[in-house]
Design a protein around this ligand. Structure first.
Ligand code: LMR
Length: 398
């Protein structure tokens, strides 16, 4: 049966990860896959996560099933983290939450729910958007279209063009937006822009699908969820896909959640039953370990405080790296303005160089970023900043 299948090229991000691992040059710099790295180039397990994990392993008495909606304590703790204290949608009983295998699982589950409710729905994604949005959302059978987003001349958001496109969308169109730390560009909406977008979404009766994979790594836990909280307070229906990969360092444990805001508690219950049915048909039950850790970290005051401090340390490091790389680039490539990197947030920036230059950086200098010139700022460190800036300077001059 399978002998007729043609091979496919690897996902660009995963292909780059494999190429970096195979590179034996000691100077190599990984700005590819979106994982946080410390000054030694490691992706650490946060100490709070490690402590919670140790306690969990010591106390766990069974590995029996948890259930298709996952760990209720985790789901509740995630609602608090994502929506903040006393959010009106939560207190009004309009939110239902399901634990998922990572943010990817949440995106797919949300897409499957949309497909079950309205099979002809079109999901509108930003130009550009995270490469994996396409297989995750279109894989459920939904059609994808694009709206303008990134302004390469300023490194910010092309807000007027975005709004013009959103204003033309038909009622019930799905609008996928990144809550913060936009992947791949690092260009986020301001609070004022979120408010303006809300009015159009409300008027056009669109369904927002909000992807939040980097809460706490942009401006802070609350600021990064500003748009999500605003939309969920003001609109009858919203889907939110959340990842714990980056802010808890739980990448391979596949930990995430899908939160659905419904017009009424009864509608929320019905939708939850559908989510549970769909999850049962895909992964049956989500993996437990990561969610149990997150629940323990968020529930225990000391661990929570430790995690908050660690997360803030990661966030500050990224902000500082943004400032430092701009300084280095100013010194080594004075002919070009890279100041936009300091204005962007989260792990990524769109560097704005040609694909041939990206490839030259990789081949001649062992600096890895995706072909579209997305770079993971957290892959830089004080020890390689100057090497990176010199490599860019030589590449641009070639
Ligand atoms: C990324 O964008 O690099 C990360 O979210 C990892 C992934 O799965 O692509």
């Amino acid at each position: 049966m399978f002998e007729h299948l043609a091979s496919v090229v690897p996902d660009p991000i995963l292909g780059l990860m494999a190429a970096f691992r195979a590179d034996t040059d000691p100077r190599k710099v990984d700005l590819g896959i979106g994982v946080y790295r410390d000054e030694d180039g490691n992706t650490p397990v946060p100490a709070a996560v490690r402590s919670a994990e140790r306690a969990l392993l010591a106390s766990q008495k069974t590995k029996s099933y948890v259930g298709p909606a996952g760990n209720p304590g985790f789901n509740q703790a995630m609602e608090q983290l994502v929506f903040g204290a006393a959010h009106p949608a939560v207190t009004g009983g309009r939110v239902r939450s399901v634990q998922t295998p990572g943010g990817c699982g949440a995106l797919r589950l949300g897409a499957e729910l949309i497909r079950a409710a309205a099979p002809d729905s079109v999901v509108h994604v930003s130009t550009p958007t995270w490469a994996n949005h396409t297989p995750l959302l279109a894989g459920s059978g939904l059609r994808l279209e694009r709206y303008p987003y990134f302004d390469a001349t300023t490194g910010g958001v092309q807000f007027a063009a975005m709004m013009a496109a959103v204003q033309r969308l038909p009622p019930r169109a799905v609008l996928l937006v990144h809550a913060s730390c936009h992947n791949p560009t690092g260009a986020d909406l301001s609070t004022e822009q979120w408010r303006e977008l809300l009015e159009v979404v409300r008027r056009r009766e669109l369904l927002p699908f909000i992807d939040m994979a980097y809460q706490g790594l942009g401006e802070g836990l609350d600021a990064d969820a500003f748009g999500l909280r605003l939309f969920c307070a003001e609109l009858p229906e919203v889907l939110c896909a959340v990842s714990c990969s980056k802010n808890f360092g739980l990448y391979r444990e596949r930990t995430g959640s899908l939160h659905l805001v419904s017009p009424s508690p009864a509608a929320a219950d019905a939708a939850l039953s559908q989510l549970v049915r769909i999850a049962r048909g895909i992964w049956s039950m989500p993996p437990d370990h990561g969610a149990a850790i997150v629940h323990a970290v968020l529930a225990e005051q000391t661990l929570r405080a430790q995690w908050l401090a660690e997360l803030e340390g990661m966030r500050r490091r990224i902000v500082e790296l943004r400032l430092e790389v701009v300084q280095q680039l100013r010194r080594h490539c004075p002919q070009r303005d890279f100041g936009f990197i300091a204005r962007q947030r989260g792990m990524f920036s769109f560097f704005g160089i040609e694909t041939a230059q990206v490839q030259a950086l990789r081949q001649r200098h062992h600096v890895y970023m995706t072909d579209d010139s997305r770079m993971n700022i957290a892959g830089l460190r004080r020890g390689n900043l100057e090497y990176f800036a010199q490599a860019v300077s030589q590449t641009l001059a070639a």
